[in-house]
Design a protein around this ligand. Structure first.
Ligand code: GLU
Length: 315
């Protein structure tokens, strides 16, 4: 069942008639779909540009309970996001998932011996990632998932495979917000359970925080003047801004480090090490760079050097 946005706020924004919110969302979607005079063409990963990953033959990882159960089942279940442009996006018509995180997921599946047809993607919101891994709902998680000390007590992380930083998205007509120092009294939306939400709460207590399950609901709220800013990683916000560049802009410099890891069950060190090895190989042989160019790289930003992998010991 899809997650319904459940607002949990320090102060609730003024309610907007549902009809108007829906209308604006449809207008934005229409603008995205058709393009408009003066706005750049909407770019996105095309199936033909996406790399193909060689599926490892005779791969075996008996020390990993997750891998063993997935092999027996014949499917690898990977938790992802579905509303983050260029990172993890689901086409509602075809059900196909696209984006850099999805490519990393397919790359890892291939290294573990699972072809794309044996992969099931499952959308999991930021707040539910640790539980989904712990209760076996998913085998891995690949979705803008920051590695930090608190989470590492609950789950394991392979990687990092990308380094993002927290930033702010505002409407093009906003002239007062240039960075987190300008958020006092402003309504700021983020995803529940995310590191950007927690950072605003801890470091900018005068901001009026609003939380939803997903960033796309925050963006709807921004476009309909329910909130003044959306905060999360720059990689995510740049994707939303690229969809409606005449209505949204990313402001200021990134104000945190968000190293993205692949989430696994905490005790499954064998799986974590196998993923670290697969990432290192993909970064060495150019597969990582190809995946980046076909997804996040369509914005024109050249592939950055991937951050060093942190193969921390079992324990
Ligand atoms: N990378 C941040 C986090 O893991 C924000 C993006 C997200 O919510 O997925 O919390």
């Amino acid at each position: 069942m899809p997650h319904l946005p459940t607002p949990s706020c320090r102060r609730r924004p003024r309610p907007l008639p549902v009809g108007r919110a829906l209308l604006l969302t449809l207008l934005v979607l229409a603008a995205v779909g058709c393009g408009r005079p003066g706005s750049p063409p909407v770019k996105g990963p095309k199936a033909a540009d996406l790399p193909r990953y060689a599926v490892a033959r005779n791969f075996s990882l008996p020390a990993s309970p997750t891998w063993t159960a997935a092999k027996r089942r014949g499917r690898l279940i990977i938790g992802v996001k579905e509303d983050q442009p260029y990172l993890g996006e689901r086409d509602p018509a075809s059900g196909t998932y696209r984006g850099f995180d999805i490519e990393i997921a397919k790359m890892m599946a291939a290294a573990l011996g699972f072809p794309e047809r044996a992969v099931t993607f499952r959308t999991i919101a930021s707040a539910n990632r640790e539980t989904a891994l712990q209760n076996g709902q998913i085998d891995l998680y690949v979705g803008t998932y920051t590695i930090n000390a608190k989470r590492t007590r609950q789950v394991g992380f392979a990687g990092p495979y990308y380094l993002a930083g927290q930033s702010l998205l505002v409407r093009s007509d906003e002239h007062d917000i240039h960075g987190p120092q300008n958020l006092a009294g402003k309504r700021v939306c983020s995803a529940a359970g995310s590191t950007p939400y927690q950072r605003i709460e801890a470091d900018y207590p005068r901001a009026v925080l609003v939380a939803y399950d997903t960033y796309s609901v925050c963006v709807d709220n921004l476009l309909t003047y329910q909130v003044d800013a959306v905060t999360t990683d720059d990689a995510i916000l740049l994707g939303y801004a690229a969809k409606v560049p005449d209505q949204l802009k990313v402001v200021g410099a990134p104000f945190s480090k968000e190293p993205y890891g692949i989430g696994v069950r905490r005790s499954d060190h064998a799986l974590r090490f196998a993923l670290d090895d697969a990432l290192a190989a993909a970064e060495r042989n150019g597969t990582w760079q190809k995946a980046y160019r076909a997804t996040l790289g369509v914005s024109g930003v050249p592939a950055p050097a991937p951050p060093p992998i942190n193969r921390y010991p079992a324990g």
